[in-house]
Write a protein that binds this ligand. Structure first.
Ligand SMILES: [Zn+2]
Length: 322
C-alpha cells in the first residue's frame, strides 16, 4: 500500500506548464509514447530543480508575502488564525518552504487555497494537509484531483492525490472567508487556463493572486484538456483588469511574482494581438504547421518567448482555440 501511494504520487508529478520544454527539445509534436517517456524524464528534472532551488521571499503589505521557487508563486497571509497559503507548490520543496514559512511567523499553516488543479500548484496539498491545513478550492479542482485526469495530447493519465490532499471545502462561483482580520474573496473565472481557476483577493490590502490566468512576462500554458482556451484566457485578463486599480498588487501564477496593472495590461494586449494573427492565418486555410512557420508571434518573442512555452508551442496552443 505504501509503495502504491508513492507510485501514484510520482506518476502524478508531471508539470503541465513545462510541456513546452518537451516540444522545444524535439522540434515537433511527440508521439504519445515518446511524450510519455519525455514526461517521465521531465518529472525528475522538475522535482530535482524544485528540491534544489532556494525559496525567495517578497514581503507585500498587510502581513502578505509571496514565496517564489516551488512551482507556481505562493502567497502567504500570517496572523493569529494561522497561516493562510494560496497554492502549495511542489511537494519536494517541503523543507525549503517550511524554512521560508518559519521566517515569517511562528503560527502553523491552517488554511490552503488552490488557484487550480495543476501539479505545480497543488502537489504540496498532501504535506500541507498533514501539517494541519484545511484545503479550499473551486469544485472542478476537487474533481480533477479526485479522479484519473486524462491529458489527451500526451496520452497521459494523472492519478488522484491522496485523500488528505483533496480539497475538503469547495464552491461553484464565489466564496468568502474572514481570517487574520482579512476579507478573502475567492472567485471562479469560468473556463480560462483550465475550468478550475479562481482569483483570491485580499480586500483590505488590495492584493490579488490571479493564478495561471496571468504569466508575468512569459507566454502562458493553456490546458485545453481540462477546459482552458485562448478566449477564456483573454476573458480572464479582462476580468482581472476590471477588478483591479493602479494600486493593486497582482500576484501572477508564474513569472516575476510582484506585479501590477500595467504589466497585466501588456499581457492581455499580447494575447489579443497573437490571437488575431493566428485566427487570420487559420481563416486563410493554413495548417497548424504553416501557421507556426508564418511566425505570428514574432513581434512578441524577444520579451515573452524566453520561458518553457516557446513561440512555436504557444502558436499551437492559440491555433487550437480559434
Ligand atoms: Zn497551471
Amino acid at each position: 500500500m505504501r509503495y502504491l501511494d508513492k507510485h501514484l504520487l510520482s506518476r502524478r508529478s508531471f508539470c503541465l506548464c513545462c510541456v513546452g520544454a518537451t516540444y522545444a527539445a524535439t522540434g515537433g509534436w511527440l508521439t504519445p509514447r515518446q511524450a510519455y517517456a519525455e514526461a517521465r524524464g521531465l518529472v525528475s528534472l522538475i522535482k530535482d530543480s524544485a528540491a534544489a532551488v532556494p525559496i525567495k521571499t517578497f514581503k507585500l503589505r498587510n502581513n502578505i508575502t509571496v514565496l517564489e521557487g516551488s512551482g507556481g508563486n505562493i502567497a502567504v497571509l500570517t496572523g493569529s488564525d494561522g497561516k493562510v497559503l494560496v497554492d502549495g507548490g511542489i511537494g519536494v520543496s517541503r523543507a525549503r518552504v517550511t524554512e521560508a514559512l518559519a521566517t515569517l511567523s511562528s503560527e502553523p499553516v491552517t488554511h490552503l487555497i488552490n488557484t487550480h488543479w495543476h501539479f505545480d500548484h497543488a502537489d504540496g496539498n498532501d504535506w500541507l494537509h498533514s501539517a494541519g491545513a484545511k484545503i479550499i478550492a473551486q469544485e472542478n479542482t476537487r474533481k480533477h484531483l479526485s479522479g484519473i485526469q486524462r491529458v489527451e495530447d500526451w496520452d497521459y493519465n494523472f492519478l488522484p492525490l491522496g485523500p488528505g490532499g483533496i480539497p475538503s471545502e469547495v464552491f461553484s462561483d464565489a466564496h468568502g472567508v474572514k481570517l487574520n482580520g482579512a476579507s478573502i474573496v475567492l472567485k471562479h473565472y469560468g473556463r480560462a487556463h483550465t475550468d478550475s481557476d479562481i482569483s483570491v483577493t485580499f480586500a483590505e490590502a488590495n492584493v490579488v493572486h490571479v493564478g495561471d490566468t496571468f504569466w508575468n512576462g512569459i507566454y502562458p500554458f493553456i490546458d485545453y484538456s481540462t477546459g482552458g482556451s485562448i478566449d477564456g484566457m483573454i476573458a480572464a485578463s479582462d476580468a482581472n483588469l476590471a477588478s483591479t486599480n493602479d494600486d493593486t498588487i497582482i500576484i501572477p501564477g508564474h513569472g516575476k511574482p510582484v506585479s501590477n496593472r500595467t504589466e497585466l495590461q501588456a499581457f492581455r494586449d499580447m494575447l489579443v494581438a497573437i490571437r488575431d494573427n493566428v485566427a487570420r492565418l487559420k481563416k486563410q486555410g493554413r495548417t497548424r504547421d504553416e501557421t507556426v512557420a508564418a511566425k505570428p508571434t514574432a513581434a512578441f518573442d524577444a520579451k515573452w518567448g524566453q520561458f518553457v512555452i516557446d513561440p512555436g508551442f504557444f502558436t499551437r496552443l492559440v491555433y487550437e482555440g480559434v
